[in-house]
Write a protein that binds this ligand. Structure first.
Ligand SMILES: NC(=O)c1ccc[n+]([C@@H]2O[C@H](COP(=O)([O-])OP(=O)(O)OC[C@H]3O[C@@H](n4cnc5c(N)ncnc54)[C@H](O)[C@@H]3O)[C@@H](O)[C@H]2O)c1
Ligand SMILES: [Zn+2]
Length: 365
């Protein structure tokens, strides 16, 4: 079998890195379409524009509607074509970046990810997660090309609400558990090939950094400050988790996330929050011992992450709710099949077991 490892061409991270956008993008073109929602434009729009202008790159700023849906991608593709933009810059959370990647797939040229929150591992990957306009998961869209540049300004990340940062930690924790499960099951990475040793090690490094620096980093972000721990966790959430999940493969935690998106009540929860519940569900499916699972759940609680269905918005799930989530999690093509031979009934029971575990640890038992 063939092993493979792919990545963006460049990754840049640090305080005030945003001001380097123009210089770093200039070799790729003379004009750039910057996509960001209204809130993010408010935060980074002027600086991105000034940095591009200083580097003789013509900036075109366009407001992103908020959902990485077909309709939004088509609308923005038209704008990019009319402007004849050489580069597409996505700024914001995972949805803005995924939308910018899709637009670049349609138009060609360079693609730059500017995550303004360390909330997911979307910035580095060569894929987008596509949703309906109502926010239900529809499909993954895979690309040949990775982003040309991922640029993270840690001061901007530190200025965002801490909830996003916590969510990114959950998404990054899943990277290790999923890559490790895939390896044990001889599963495949996102390129339908065998994961490399590098992917497994980077996923482990990701998890180790989170366990070593997670608490102090969250504390620093609550204050809006940048510390070495914030740098370490931002790198784990963004670079290491991104390289790890794509090259190492994902498994049950993300299938459970996708299943949970079926329930309207979870739509206010972030990607990472739903993935966090998926991690514990996966550990139940793996049959991990009590001490192991308790340790992971306790760490989540210390970070302020949701650990029960109720905390995700689903207070009293009906049988039908649970069935919908479980069926969606084991749908054909779901990544759970990469590492688990699990039926809908097994996933439903694991969801309930994870919920009980979370409630027990939350109560301090
Ligand atoms: N393509 C991939 O590889 C991949 C990987 C993981 C997740 N995802 C996708 O990413 C999406 C989730 O991303 P998300 O959790 O970042 O949510 P999101 O993209 O919806 O962003 C959340 C919110 O953060 C706000 N925001 C961004 N920067 C801010 C800042 N500095 N200060 C204040 N607010 C700010 C935005 O305005 C937005 O409302 C999902 O669609 C998920 O499927 C994709
Ligand atoms: Zn994820």
């Amino acid at each position: 079998m063939i092993r493979s490892f792919k990545s963006p061409a460049a990754y840049v991270q640090g305080r005030d890195a945003l001001d380097q956008l123009g210089d770093r993008l200039a070799p790729s073109g003379e004009s750039a379409l910057v996509l960001a929602d209204a809130d993010v434009l408010e935060i980074v729009g002027d600086r991105a524009e000034a940095s591009l202008e200083d580097a003789d790159v013509e900036p075109i700023l366009e407001e992103f509607g908020g959902e990485s849906s077909e309709a939004e991608i088509d609308r923005l593709t038209e704008i990019a074509r009319e402007a004849d933009a050489d580069a597409i810059v996505g700024a914001g959370g995972g949805k803005a970046l995924d939308t910018a990647k899709a637009v670049r797939e349609n138009t060609g040229g360079a693609m730059v990810s500017v995550p303004t929150i360390a909330s997911t591992d979307a910035p580095t990957s060569a894929l987008s997660v596509i949703y309906s306009d109502e926010g239900e998961f529809e499909r993954y869209w895979f690309y040949v090309d990775h982003p040309d540049l991922v640029l993270v300004d840690t001061a901007v990340v530190a200025g965002a609400p801490v909830r996003f940062f916590r969510s990114g930690i959950a998404d990054a924790m899943a990277t290790w558990f999923e890559a490790d499960a895939v390896r044990r099951a001889d599963g495949e990475n996102f390129f339908d090939e065998e994961p490399t040793h590098a992917a497994h090690s980077l996923s482990r490094l990701c998890y180790d950094l989170l366990r070593e620096h997670g608490r102090s980093a969250v504390q620093a972000i609550e204050r809006g400050i940048v510390t070495e721990s914030v740098e370490a966790v931002t790198e784990a959430n963004t670079l290491l988790s991104g390289l790890g999940f794509e090259n190492g493969g994902i498994a049950a935690a993300h299938s459970v996330h996708n299943g949970l998106t079926q329930l309207e009540a979870t739509h206010h929860a972030t990607h990472g929050e739903k993935v966090n519940f998926g991690i514990v569900t996966q550990l139940v499916l793996e049959g991990r011992d009590d001490a192991f699972v308790d340790d992971v759940v306790d760490f989540s609680i210390e970070l302020g992450l949701p650990v029960t269905l109720g905390e995700l918005g689903v207070d009293d799930p009906t049988e039908d709710d649970l069935e919908r989530v479980a069926q969606a999690a084991v749908a054909e093509g779901e990544t759970i099949h990469n590492a688990f031979d699990a039926s809908a009934a097994e996933v439903r029971d694991a969801l309930l077991a994870a919920d009980d575990l979370g409630a027990r640890r939350r109560a301090g038992d």
